[in-house]
Design a protein around this ligand. Structure first.
Ligand code: SAM
Ligand code: SF4
Ligand code: SF4
Length: 377
């Protein structure tokens, strides 16, 4: 893949946390691989398809903030499936090889399988299909798993924070039972998703006692349990450093419970999870340690919000408006090349590394951060 430098001529302007880029004077017709200021390539695109959710996980969409009067986006504000697919195909020209659909709860978006089929038809410049995956709370999986698979979804991640029904309900805060999520995982497995990633956010004093039972449960399955450190995404979840159970503490808990682990080598550059395996060679596990072990150095992820704003960091407070360019009627045949040039400009100017600077940033910055349910995990 050739590397291209796109001269930045346009001057952008910000209003209300949204940066607007004018159509560039010089259009770059073939994108090539983009590198940011820290020489990180663009490989992974996360697309949020809705800002709504049927859960109210206390660490993500606390009930007190996300009430029924919360200003959720209206349908006309959302990118259409055609706009999402068009954007994705331009990102692929810049080096994206993996797309993750997320939200809010992505399975709430009507006919999501149609979008998956459209994205599954995209090809890289080398003619390969993309790695196409989706993260869900599992509540609608029993109903949707077959259709997702048939549409071409290659992999699946299901979030599950506890096996104990009382603790799980306390965390999802809508009284949703564990058994239905487990049933959804089973249905997905039957539909052909073999190694499902299971995301467990661990909060000290809330579900830390579930770490061992979750590890035991998934040890005898083909699935990969991933422990996620509770993160300070957005401004709603009242994050406190002392509520984070660090990955090394989790590893010690598992060892003490008779489940020693061995570390596995990384499979790809920019992986969010450190890979481990039970020492008896049963299931693989993952640790996403964005608080205790920042992994910004290799971060190759961009995020496209439900509304078509591009974010270059999960902890960003500013998005770049791509939707206004996707919808500009005057661009004619140059439209995709204009958007591609702007994406190149945005990625080239990126220098995000929030997790590496977290302590300093939290003390010195008092900016508004974007919510996880809007930007997607
Ligand atoms: N609703 C879907 C779900 O829960 O899987 C997809 C969106 S959710 C925002 C994506 C992932 O982010 C989930 O695995 C969730 O547990 C995780 N997440 C949300 N808030 C978090 C936080 N404050 N810290 C760590 N992980 C978080
Ligand atoms: Fe919904 Fe997922 Fe956030 Fe939970 S983590 S509230 S399921 S978007
Ligand atoms: Fe990437 Fe930002 Fe997370 Fe660092 S903090 S790994 S730059 S998304």
């Amino acid at each position: 893949m050739s590397e291209k430098f796109i001269p930045i001529k346009a001057i952008s302007a910000t209003s209300n946390g949204i940066r607007h880029w004018p159509a560039p004077d010089n259009i770059v017709t073939s994108a090539g691989e983009s590198r940011d200021r820290l020489q990180r390539p663009l490989r992974d695109l996360r697309i949020s398809v809705t800002d709504r959710c049927n859960f109210r996980c206390t660490y993500c969409m606390p009930k007190e903030v996300f009430t029924k009067d919360y200003p959720y986006l209206s349908h006309s504000e959302l990118l259409s499936f055609e706009e999402i697919t068009r954007s994705a195909s331009i990102f692929v020209q810049h080096g994206v090889r993996k797309i993750r659909l997320t939200g809010g709860e992505p399975l709430l978006r009507k006919n999501i399988e149609d979008l998956i089929a459209m994205l599954a038809a995209l090809r890289t410049p080398e003619g390969e299909a993309l790695d196409l995956t989706l993260t869900t709370n599992g509540s609608l999986l029993r109903k949707k798993a077959q259709a997702l698979r048939a549409a071409g979804l290659t992999r699946l991640t299901v979030s599950l924070d506890a096996l104990d029904d009382k603790i799980f309900k306390q965390m999802n805060d809508v009284d949703f039972p564990v058994s239905d999520v487990l049933d959804g995982i089973h249905a997905a497995n039957q539909a052909g998703f073999e190694k499902i990633k299971i995301n467990m956010v661990v909060k000290k004093g809330v579900n830390e006692q579930e770490v061992v039972s979750m590890a035991r449960h998934f040890k005898s399955t083909p699935h990969i349990l991933r422990f996620i450190e509770f993160m300070d995404v957005g401004d709603s979840n009242a994050w406190q450093a002392q509520e984070v159970l660090r990955s090394d503490e989790i590893i010690r808990l598992l060892e003490a419970a008779g489940m020693p682990l061995i570390q596995l080598p990384a499979q790809q550059l920019g992986e969010t999870a450190q890979r481990y395996q039970h020492r008896d060679c049963s299931a693989e596990l993952g640790f996403i340690s964005s608080v205790s072990h920042a992994f910004c150095r290799d971060c190759n992820r961009a995020r496209l919000s439900t509304q078509g704003m591009l974010y270059t960091c999960l902890f960003a407070s500013e998005g770049h408006d791509l939707r206004e360019h996707l919808r500009a009627p005057s661009y004619g045949a140059d439209s995709d090349a204009i958007i591609s040039t702007i994406i190149g400009q945005i990625w080239q100017t990126r220098d995000d590394r929030y997790s590496e600077l977290r302590d300093q940033a939290r003390q010195t910055e008092h900016r508004k951060k974007i919510e996880m349910s809007y930007i997607g995990g």
